[in-house]
Design a protein around this ligand. Sequence first.
Ligand SMILES: [Zn+2]
Length: 148
Amino acid sequence: MDLQNSSFFHPKMVKPMIRIPESIYRRMVEHAQKEKPLECCGLLGGKDQTAQEIFETQNVARSPILFSMDPKEELMVLEEMENQFMEIIAIYHSHPHTIPFPSEADVKKAFSFDVPLIIISLKERDDSIVKAFRIRKEAIYLEDVEVI
Ligand SMILES: [Zn+2]
């Protein structure tokens, strides 16, 4: 028995989770690989904690350690989501060289909204690692990502 993934030890009911269709998950990782060595960023739109669409945005910071969305582009994406009756499921960005854990800058930025932050780490050359976090003032919570 795989204890790590056992539902006995990790009851699904207690943890919030994000569900991402495999095709969207793949596009998100490809976006990260395409922008490397710079960070990429974008949004996932959907319903009921389930992603239905990926919206790639420009990282106007053009940095390997920071991301910043163009406010105009972000607004356009949010309008598009609203037109399609979607909510923001998550904001994603990549860490081309570091582990999938929020940086100090990520934490500072995240205080202004309560949306899960997905980080795609490309630190391991052949393997991308995707993790989701919910950043609150008191702590950073890991959020489960299920690929469907
Ligand atoms: Zn980051």
